[in-house]
Design a protein around this ligand. Structure first.
Ligand SMILES: NC(=O)c1ccc[n+]([C@@H]2O[C@H](COP(=O)([O-])OP(=O)(O)OC[C@H]3O[C@@H](n4cnc5c(N)ncnc54)[C@H](OP(=O)(O)O)[C@@H]3O)[C@@H](O)[C@H]2O)c1
Length: 268
């Protein structure tokens, strides 16, 4: 595996195995995105409600990386007309089409079949190459599939060894849906965990690198955020080692349904 390695989506298209997020990028966000792309990252995640979308577009354009090598993910909100919103998002990005547009979160009731149909229409119109969901439960995804026959390409959810669900991963694998892991570094809240640090020391790696490696070895695609260029560089160092099965087991055992956003994660 390398930074530009890909996983195959259920539509047959390829998606990079790691991405950089843009929620909470503070100073010079366009420069951070451009630098990440120059460094070798190929996927960038944004959303209309992060306030970073135009900087992502700017960073993509100034990076010098050919557009066809990049993969830009954005989102529509659950209270919007998804089709109209997709138009707005690509306008704000200044990129046409987007590579992936996902529903940011399910609506208060149901799975949002109308929203999903809006994204299907957006894809048919060529506004995005692929469509997916975020923060969806298995039941909600099943409802979208049953009602429209269209399977999401990804489910973007919070995911780390401190909070994950084998049941969710098995369900997504069964449908060929790629799990995009957000807050994959736990918002840096668990990087000091002694058990994680011990594993990192064994490989001469950092806790952040171990968390990201844990994802890619399971076919999970991590999205992390870094304001600091040295963090972007450090997180590139995950392709020259492999976790031994006993260490994967130790990482798996850290699950405590931790959510970086507070409270416990539930995938149901
Ligand atoms: N779909 C959704 O509902 C949803 C929700 C949340 C997030 N997301 C997406 O996922 C992205 C990532 O998640 P996140 O921003 O919540 O959290 P995250 O990636 O888990 O954590 C970000 C924090 O980790 C630090 N960091 C990065 N690399 C590090 C390293 N090597 N060593 C130590 N610290 C390191 C960053 O520091 P510096 O910034 O100082 O470099 C920042 O404080 C978001 O930006 C967003 O694009 C999606």
């Amino acid at each position: 595996m390398r930074p530009d390695s890909t996983v195959t989506l259920n539509t047959g298209r390829e998606m990079p195995i790691i991405g950089v997020g843009s929620w909470g990028l503070k100073e010079k966000p366009a420069e951070v995105i451009a630098e990440a792309l120059r460094m070798g990252y190929r996927m960038v995640d944004t959303s209309g409600d992060y306030g970073t979308q135009k900087y992502v577009g700017e960073g993509v354009r100034k990076s010098g990386v050919p557009r066809e090598e990049e993969f830009v993910v954005t989102k529509v909100e659950e209270d919007e007309d998804a089709h109209e919103s997709a138009h707005r998002q690509i306008q704000e990005l200044g990129l046409d089409p987007a590579d992936l547009i996902v529903i940011h979160r399910p609506p208060e009731a149901g799975a949002g079949v109308g929203l999903w149909q809006g994204l299907i229409d957006a894809r048919e119109e060529g506004l995005t190459r692929d469509i997916g969901v975020s923060n969806y439960t298995q039941e909600q995804i099943q409802e979208l599939i049953d009602e429209t026959g269209v399977v999401p390409a990804v489910n973007q959810i919070e995911w780390s060894p401190f909070g994950y669900s084998d049941e969710m991963l098995n369900f997504l694998n069964k449908h060929g849906i790629i799990l995009q892991a957000y807050s994959s570094l736990t918002h840096a809240k668990r990087l000091d965990d002694a058990r994680l640090k011990a594993i990192a020391a064994k490989y001469g790696k950092t806790p952040a690198q171990i968390l990201l490696r844990w994802d890619i070895e399971r076919g999970v695609v991590p999205i992390f955020k870094a304001n600091r260029i040295e963090h972007l560089r450090e997180n590139m160092g995950i392709f020259d080692f492999e976790l031994e099965p006993m260490d994967v087991e130790k990482l798996n055992a850290l699950n405590e349904h931790f959510s970086a956003l507070g409270g416990k994660i539930s995938y149901n």
